[in-house]
Design a protein around this ligand. Sequence first.
Ligand code: UD1
Ligand code: CA
Length: 463
Amino acid sequence: MQGPVSSLEIIILAAGQGRRMASAKPKVLHTLAGRPLLAHVLDTAMALAPRAIHVVYGHGGEQVREAFPGPALNWVLQAEQRGTGDAVGCALPRLAEDTLALVLLGDVPLITKDTLKTLCARAAAGVALLTFEAAHENQYGRIVRDDEGRVMRIVEWRDADRAQRALREVNSGVLAAPAAHLRRYIPRLSAANAQGEIYLTDVIALAVADGLAVATTSPRCASEVEGVNSRADLAALERVFQEQQAAAQMAAGVQLMDPRRFDVRGTLTAGRDVQIDVNCVFEGRVELADDVRIGAHCVIRDSRIARGARIEAHTVIDGAEVGPDCVVGPFARLRPGTVLDGRARVGNFVEIKAARVGMGTKINHLSYVGDAMIGQGVNIGAGVITCNYDGAQKHRTVIGDRAFIGSDSQLVAPVEIGADATIGAGSTVTRDAPAGELTLSRAVQKTVSGWRRPEKPARPDKE
Ligand code: UD1
Ligand code: CA
């Protein structure tokens, strides 16, 4: 870079209390797509590879600091929230002499790296502002230009008259300037305005009075610079973000039945010809291989689904691996540590936890399988339960290949069922069952012939 500016430092303003959120939680910790607003801004800031990132946080905002541990950030306490100008002023002493300062807002999460690069490129000579035309009625600061179109100043909405409020071009709150300029003007800001705050935006009029150039640039899309001030704003930006993710998935070859009813709160990697029905939620890191089909209303977190597997409607999968061509659901629940080998089937109202299920094994109805190792080609009948917990400790159940577990059996762990064993329906299995044999624990069935059901005494008035 030319001139006196030799590096970039980023200041993120995150000290405001966010009163309009009506929340006990600091605003920047509210989540968009499952991550704090500030995390989104930090990702973008880091992508610019600045010399330093300074986060201005508020009194009592220790929660914010604690949410982002590690040495990468320079935390600056603004003890009293006296306005955005004061907030930047708190960080300035930490910046190098010759640096370019980029000011980001912790409550403007969707800003992109490309937009910021363009902005920074325009700031070396003077001040560069990121402005935009908002699509709807708003209370952003208004950009006031002269007859030749030169920026004169920014008027905050609360301080603006009717004519100024009618101006379409508004301030995103994001700006870039050599730190030296900010050092010159910020100490001269006053709080003589409608909110009694020290406005960073007043730096513009001071720069203009000094004959400095004020450049502007705009993001490709207004949603990049929409700020979160209320829960309604947050919900609106969540939709924008989700629709962007949906569009990216479709561009990569995923068929979404309705991109407006699709939520990714984390990272979703999908192969080709994946189909996702409506109202599915993906959390954490989820990988879907080619030809996977996900039915409506599924929630999938931190899991891998292999090629050709089908997840039917209303299934919840967390921390599991589903092998190729498996069919899971409808209404199944796979909990952490579940591994299904290829072509396994898990049907309705089946819960599986910390268990490996072998190739082609079927657990089709109403079962609980926990802490188990199940071989290949096993058939687990309806209502089978592994009794894995004795009230103090968990125990393992091992089931050999091709075993058949009759319906409504309880396998009291620790217990092992041998390969090709058959367990008769309704058994309570408390000891190991040998391979290849029929094992059952069941009262012997008997028939009492001639037995009669009791009859109700006849009621005379009915006759
Ligand atoms: C600000 C801009 C406005 C712009 C809008 C865009 C000013 C005076 N106004 O208004 O022109 O249109 O953003 O979203 O800059 N903060 C601090 N310390 C403070 C005050 C605020 O750290 O003392 C932080 C907040 O946490 C927030 C950001 O600065 O992340 C913006 O503050 P906020 O009060 O939301 O400003 P707006 O009224 O939205
Ligand atoms: Ca704001």
